[in-house]
Ligand binder design. Sequence first.
Ligand SMILES: *Cc1c(COP(=O)(O)O)cnc(C)c1O
Length: 399
Amino acid sequence: MKDKQIERLIKQEELRQKKTISLIASENYVSDDVLKAMGSKFTNKYSEGYPGKRYYKGQENTDKLEDLCKDRALKLFKLSNEKWAVNVQALSGSPANLSVYLALVKPGEKVMGMSLNNGGHLTHGHKVSATGKIWNQIPYGVNKDTEMIDYEEVKRIVIVEKPKMIITGYTAYPRIVDFKKFREIADSCGAILMVDMSHFAGLVAGEAYPSPFEYADVVTTTTHKTLRGPRSALIFSRKDKTQTSEKGNQISFSELIDKAVFPGLQGGPHMNQIAAVAVALKEADSPAFKKYAKQVVKNAKVLAEELKNLGWKIISSGTDSHLILVDTWMNGKGISGEEASNRLEKEGIVVNKNTIPKETRSPMDPSGIRLGTAGETTRGAKEKDMIKLAKRINDILRK
Ligand SMILES: *Cc1c(COP(=O)(O)O)cnc(C)c1O
C-alpha cells in the first residue's frame, strides 16, 4: 500500500487479532475468500434498484451477482422461492430491522420487543434507537427465576396490548426460542411475527439450532456473527403475506420490504459486500460448516459448565447456543462487568461487558459479561480448550 499510516494500522490490527482470544459473541473470523470479495472492484459500481430494474447502466455482472446471492441465501435456509423472498441489500443488521418496520408498521403503532436488559437489541424498540422513537415499544422480558422466556407472560401482555408486530431473536439470550409458541401468540392478536436471527443464523444454517422459517413472517439476520460472513444483513419475507395499501391493493410483505430498503432508506447497495455475503453463504452450505456449528454449541456448553463449576453465576444456568451470559457481580460478591472485561483484556482475552436480567447497575458498568464461542471455534478450538479457557478466565477474575 502507498498509504503507510493505514497499512501500519491494518498490520497492527492483524497482529492484535492473532495475539488475542476473542470471546465476543457477535464476532467471527472470515475466510480469505470473503475478504477478497469485499476488496474487489465491485466496490466501484453504483447499482441503485434491483436486478433487471436499475437506474444506471453497466449492470450485467451486478445483476448476476445479486441474483446468485439471493439464490444461495434461500438454498442455505432450505426455502423455496415460491414462498419466500430475500433482500440482500441492507447495509447491516440495524438498517435491515429499520426497513422491516418502515415496510410493515405505521409510525406510532406498537411493536413488541424484548427489553435491552433482558437480552433484546436496541433496534427492537429501545428508546435511544430510531425504532423506539418512531414506534411504540411494548417491552417483554425473561422470568426472574428461570431467566428464560415466560411464554405465559408474553401471552398476557399480547392480549392487553395487541401489538402490530412481535419480535423474537435476541442479542444476549443464550437459550433456544420456541418459535411455534411465538407463532401461536402472534396469531392470538393477528400480529406479524418477525424473527431477528442475527446471532444464531450460522447455527440455524449448520442445523445446530431450530430454524424459525416454519413460523415467521419475516426473518432478519446479520451475516457477520455465527454466519461468518462480511458485515451485512439479509431480510427474508413471506411472499404470500400481504397488507392493504392506501389505494386498497394487496401488496406482499416482500414488495413492501424491497421498497423500504430502496428507495425508502438507502441509495446504492454495496455490491462488494453482496459478493462477500454470497461467498460466505456458499461456505456455510457445506458439511464442514455443519460440523463447525455443532462444535460452536458444544464448546459453549462446556465453557458455561466449567465456569459454573468454578463458582460463577451463569444466566439461565447454561446455554443452548454459542452465547453465555455470566453474572460476574453476583450481588456484590464478585466484580463488575467493566472490571471483568478490563482484566481479561489485559491478559489477551477480549469480551464485552453486558447487562443482565434484573440489572441493578448501569449499562456502562453492568453486572456481567457476555461470552461466545463462534470465533475461537473457527480457529479450531475444541472442548478441551474450553476447559483450559474457563480455568484461565477464573484465575484472571479472581486474582
Ligand atoms: C447484532 C444485532 C443487530 C444489529 O446488527 P448491526 O450490524 O450491528 O447493525 C440487530 N439485531 C440483533 C439481534 C443483533 O444481535
